[in-house]
Design a protein around this ligand. Structure first.
Ligand SMILES: Nc1ncnc2c1ncn2[C@@H]1O[C@H](COP(=O)(O)OP(=O)(O)OP(=O)(O)O)[C@@H](O)[C@H]1O
Length: 294
C-alpha cells in the first residue's frame, strides 16, 4: 500500500505520516460520518451489477471527489445520494436519516446547468430559494439571492437571462443556486466539464474559496486528476465492472486516497507542492492499470 493511501474503510484515519492541514482529520467527532454509504449496489442486470459493496462515509465539511473511467457508476452513485435514483441494495444515510428521495437538503449541480431559460438569473435563483424558504418575504429572498450571486461574482449579470450568459457564467449561476438553498451537502456531477480551461480554473478557485468559507460538505465527480487534487480532501478511485477469467467482477471503490497536500493550496502553486507528483502519478497509474480488470 502506498503511504498516501487508505484502503477499505473510507472513514479510516489517514495513514501515519500523512498530514492534512485543517482537513478532515481536524474535524470534531460530531462532524464524522455525516454521510454514510453502506453496501450500495446497482444492477440493471441482476448477475452483472455495475457496482456492489460500495462503502464510504463523508465527514461534515469534507470535500470528496470520485474518479473513475466512463461507465463505472459515478453518476449513478451521485444520483442515489441525491435521491434521484434508487439503489438495488444498500443504504445512504445523511445526518442520521436514510435518503429516500430528492430533498432541498442536497444541492445538485450537473454538467448542464439546467437553468430556466425564460427567467433572469435573479428569478432562477429566487425560485429555488422560495421553494426552500416558503415563509420568507420577497425582500428577504431578494437579499439572499443578491448575496449568493455576488459570491460567484455575477452581480453585474443578475438581471440577464441565461441566453445572454457564457457557459462559465451559467455554470456559476448553477453553483450560486445550489448554495442559495443552503444545502447540508453539495453534489456536483462534473460541473466544469463543458468549460474551457481558463474559465474552469477561475471557477475552481471560486468554488474552493466558497466551500472553505462555508464549511460545505461536497461530493464531486470529475475526470480531471488535477481538479481532484486541487479540491478534494479525499479521492475515491472507482473501478469498472468487468468479465474476467474468474467470472464477472462488479465495479466499486477500489481505493481511497487521502490528499496529503496543505489544504490552503492554489491552482497556480499546486505543481510546486511537495507530494503533488507522487499523488498525481498514483492516481494516473490507477486509471491506466488498475481501474479496469485485465
Ligand atoms: N437506465 C439504464 N439502464 C441500463 N443501464 C444503465 C442505465 N443507466 C446507466 N446504465 C449503465 O450503468 C453504468 C454506469 O453508468 P453511470 O452513468 O453511472 O457511469 P459514469 O461512471 O457516471 O459514466 P460517465 O463518466 O461516462 O458519466 C453504465 O455502464 C451505463 O451504461
Amino acid at each position: 500500500m502506498n503511504a498516501m493511501t487508505v484502503e477499505g474503510d473510507f472513514s479510516a484515519p489517514p495513514a501515519s505520516g500523512v498530514g492534512i492541514e485543517g482537513g478532515a482529520t481536524a474535524l470534531g467527532r460530531s462532524d464524522q460520518g455525516f454521510l454514510k454509504v453502506e453496501g450500495l449496489r446497482k444492477a440493471y442486470q441482476e448477475d452483472k451489477p455495475v457496482f456492489d459493496h460500495v462503502n464510504f462515509s463523508l465527514d461534515r465539511g469534507e470535500f470528496v471527489c470520485v474518479i473513475g473511467h466512463s461507465g463505472c457508476g459515478k453518476t449513478t452513485i451521485l444520483n442515489v445520494l441525491a435521491g434521484l435514483d434508487t439503489a438495488s441494495g444498500g443504504h445512504v444515510i445523511m445526518a442520521g436519516r436514510e435518503v429516500s428521495g430528492p430533498s432541498l437538503d442536497r444541492g445538485v449541480v450537473f454538467q448542464s446547468h439546467a437553468l430556466m431559460p425564460w427567467l433572469t438569473v435573479r428569478k432562477n435563483i429566487a425560485f429555488a430559494v422560495k421553494s426552500r424558504y416558503p415563509d420568507w418575504t420577497a425582500a428577504q429572498i431578494n437579499a439572499h439571492v443578491e448575496k449568493n450571486v455576488a459570491l460567484v461574482g455575477l452581480s453585474h449579470a443578475i438581471d440577464k437571462k441565461p441566453s445572454a450568459l457564457s457557459g462559465g457564467m451559467k455554470q456559476r449561476v448553477g453553483i450560486a443556486r445550489a448554495f442559495a438553498i443552503q444545502p447540508k451537502m453539495l453534489l456536483l456531477d462534473e460541473p466544469f466539464g463543458a468549460l474551457d480551461a481558463l474559465t474552469r480554473g477561475t471557477i475552481q478557485d471560486e468554488l474552493m474559496a466558497i466551500v472553505r468559507q462555508t464549511q460545505q460538505t461536497v461530493f464531486m465527480i470529475t475526470h480531471d486528476v488535477d481538479e481532484a487534487i486541487l479540491l478534494a480532501d479525499r479521492i475515491l478511485l472507482m473501478s469498472n465492472g468487468a468479465d474476467t477469467a474468474q467470472g464477472y467482477v462488479p465495479g466499486g471503490i477500489a481505493e481511497v486516497v487521502v490528499n496529503p497536500l496543505p489544504r490552503q493550496r492554489t491552482r497556480a502553486a499546486l505543481h510546486h507542492l511537495e507530494g503533488y507528483y507522487p499523488l498525481r502519478n498514483h492516481i494516473v497509474d490507477f486509471l491506466v492499470s488498475r481501474a479496469k480488470p485485465h
